[in-house]
Design a protein around this ligand. Structure first.
Ligand SMILES: [Cu+2]
Length: 255
């Protein structure tokens, strides 16, 4: 009897340890640089953060560069299938939708990035003190009300955001050496794709907006089924907007 009891106790212990192991693995999966909150409701402005979650191996983070799809030459998919029409088929007012808060509590310098229409499409922050590789840091930004096209069946729109956490300033060809950078970039064929199979390859941060089904219900023609829209920046946009310009000169990657 005692043997049976202790064996079952032992088995539950094993199961418990296995569960802890799974939870821990999930935790490390979450420990990638992300945007919080993970979802924003249509029609509402939102206070958000880029959350830097680790250094480049043991190297501390000295700055970050963030690029949102501009919606001009972005790649759009509907339930995973390519969509050739414009973003306005789903979202009517994307563009200049984010603004950076000045906050020198993490890094000493920061600014926005603008597209060809002078709309803000991203931001960078860097310089001063670094973020310890084992700690998190938050860069605050606000997003304005984004509206869904009421005639569309779009229910959720997910923007793939390209992020680089920079630990060492190098030329673009040397980024993979010496743990110089951690990339969370959609692999769209830009110079910032990173290495296939490498850490967080094609694992971008996401900024997701959900339709307000009360204020903006799906049209009847959708048959009650909402579509998932994904938007990825073009390679040309990532190449143009990821580098950091400071006082009129490119400071990262080293030109
Ligand atoms: Cu990671």
């Amino acid at each position: 009897m005692r043997t049976v009891l202790s064996r079952s106790l032992f088995n539950s212990l094993l199961a418990f340890i296995a569960i802890i192991g799974v939870v821990h693995q999930n935790e490390s999966a979450f420990a990638h640089t992300v945007i919080q909150p993970t979802e924003v409701t249509e029609g509402k402005s939102s206070e958000n953060y880029l959350v830097i979650t680790h250094g480049c191996s043991e190297n501390p983070v000295m700055g970050s560069s963030v690029v949102f799809p501009d919606g001009l030459d972005s790649t759009i998919a509907v339930n995973g299938n390519p969509h050739t029409g414009p973003l306005s088929d789903f979202v009517t007012n994307w563009g200049n939708s984010i603004q950076l808060y000045q906050d020198r509590s993490v890094f000493s310098e920061q600014d926005v990035k603008r597209d060809s229409k002078s709309n803000v499409v991203g931001f960078w922050a860097g310089g001063g003190r670094t973020v310890a590789p084992h700690l998190f840091a938050r860069i605050a930004f606000v997003s304005s009300s984004v509206l869904f096209n009421s005639e569309s069946c779009a229910q959720k729109i997910r923007f793939a955001v390209a992020v680089a956490d920079i630990c060492k300033i190098t030329a673009i060809d040397d980024m993979s050496t010496d743990n110089a950078v951690s990339l969370w970039v959609p692999a769209v064929g830009s110079k910032f794709d990173g290495t296939p199979g490498g850490h967080a390859f094609d694992f971008p941060a996401f900024f997701t907006i959900t339709r307000d089904l009360t204020e903006n219900p799906l049209p009847e023609s959708c048959g009650g089924v909402g579509q998932q829209i994904s938007v990825r920046p073009s390679a040309a946009q990532v190449d143009r907007d990821m580098p950091i310009q400071f006082n009129g000169a490119q400071v990262w990657p080293q030109p």
